[in-house]
Design a protein around this ligand. Structure first.
Ligand code: SF4
Length: 423
């Protein structure tokens, strides 16, 4: 397997609240209409209490407003001092809960980072804060060499009405400049009937002409079981999102027709075969390095991941010991108490492994999953078993395989440790 390229990014978190620090909400924003303040519960909660910062204000992104650049620089300096990463290929990633193009001190911050000779990645922008494309020129001269730009469409009228872009085309001029001078990962949430079809082809063709490197298609989610867990479904009345099958075929089609590194989220990366590249027959030889499964357990997973995990379990000959049960939620990290309550307990073994980042308190999960009188052990597996489209597009095929194999090994170790010993 190839050597992993070290490209460590130090996060320069400018804070910000979605919608509020973005010049108003984009129509499709997942943080629109968020209701409630109750914590969901998560692995960071203390054993006796449901709720902590992570699963209350953290997941709702209501934690902090834009921060003073002095504080942002302070935390970057701390990261630089505290680690041995100085010698590596370092980059600062300016990102936050809002849109960084709306951060009023963006140039000042970029200039501060530039004094440390740090190249800069603008980690998340829709561009709607760029009243003049000149700002892009200045940012490039201050060291911005990578931009993740959520474009939605290159049709300005669509951006006006859907992204609420007030810049009269300047944001797109900025994007063009970034494409010509930096590595641009463009992204679009794909809303059926709005920015797909011919308009999407037009967008891809512009991105290709301008020189964007990558394009990430994001399936629009409109329902709770697609990840809208904050009491805000539906985001858009009467819009039916692409099915996973439709979405995957769209990603593959765009990938074939354009010279862009195309990936989709929550699936698929046609080049790297994610999610779950290790489930492909051609990669099956790598599974031989995994530890033997010796204990029995159920793996609780998402709608999307479960069939892949089941396939891998079969490929390593462990289906007698491990069964995989999906809950009605597309994304594993967004599994909540409500999803766990929907599980048929008759399908479960005595040990249940839930996704590491599932948004449920450990004790609550254990109580729900033992309601039939079987006192089950509930443990968390790895944070992620595969990589999402955003990440996959930046990794080599070998790195993807390596990450997945390490994660699967961790899963097997958890099963062997917490499960009922059979071998
Ligand atoms: S820019 Fe992003 S975070 Fe802000 S409203 Fe639009 S989608 Fe939401």
């Amino acid at each position: 397997m190839g050597k992993e390229v070290v490209n460590m990014q130090i996060i320069a978190d400018v804070g910000g609240i979605p919608g509020k620090d973005c010049r108003g909400f984009c129509k499709y924003c997942y943080f629109r209409k968020v209701t409630g303040e109750d914590p969901l519960g998560c692995r960071s909660c203390t054993p006796g209490t449901v709720g902590c910062e992570n699963c209350s204000t953290g997941v709702r992104e209501t934690r902090n407003e834009f921060m003073h650049p002095f504080m942002v620089m302070g935390s970057v300096q701390n990261s630089l001092m505290m680690s041995e990463i100085r010698d590596n290929n370092l980059k600062a990633n300016i990102s936050g809960g809002g849109d960084v193009s709306c951060y009023p001190h963006l140039l000042e911050l970029a200039s501060g980072l530039n004094q440390y000779n740090l190249p800069i990645h603008l980690g998340y922008t829709s561009g709607k804060g760029f009243d003049s494309a000149k700002t892009a020129e200045e940012l490039i001269s201050l060291g911005v060499d990578e931009v993740t730009f959520t474009v939605f469409s290159t049709d300005q009228k669509l951006r006006d009405s859907w992204v609420k872009d007030p810049t009269k085309g300047e944001s797109l001029n900025a994007l063009k400049l970034f494409c010509e001078n930096t590595e641009v990962h463009a992204a679009s949430v794909i809303v059926p009937g709005v920015n797909d079809g011919d308009v999407l082809y037009e967008t891809c063709s512009n991105l290709e002409d301008w020189g964007a490197k990558a394009f990430i298609l994001m399936r629009f989610a409109n329902f709770r079981n697609q990840g809208l867990i904050l009491g805000n479904e539906p985001i858009l009345k009467d819009v039916v999102p692409h099915t996973l099958v439709e979405f995957e075929s769209l990603v593959r089609k765009i990938n074939k027709e354009f010279n862009l590194r195309v990936t989709g989220t929550p699936l698929c990366d046609p080049e790297n075969d994610t999610p779950f590249a290790i489930s492909k027959e051609k990669n099956s030889e790598y599974l031989e390095i995994l530890t033997d499964v010796q204990s029995e357990a159920t793996v609780l997973s998402s709608n999307i991941a479960a069939p892949y995990i089941k396939k891998i379990v079969g490929m390593i000959g462990a289906d007698e010991l491990i069964n995989v049960v999906p809950v009605d939620q597309d994304i594993g990290c967004l599994i909540t108490q409500e999803d766990v309550e929907g599980v048929d307990l008759a399908e479960l073994k005595e040990t249940v492994i839930i996704p590491g980042r599932a948004l449920i308190h450990d004790k609550v999960a254990q109580n729900i999953l033992s309601k039939d009188g079987v006192d089950r052990i509930v443990a968390r597996g790895p944070d992620k078993l595969s990589v999402d489209g955003e990440m996959s597009g930046t990794l080599s095929r070998e790195d993807v395989l390596k990450k997945e194999l390490i994660a699967f090994e961790d899963l097997i170790e958890a099963i062997n440790f917490f499960g009922v010993r059979k071998k």
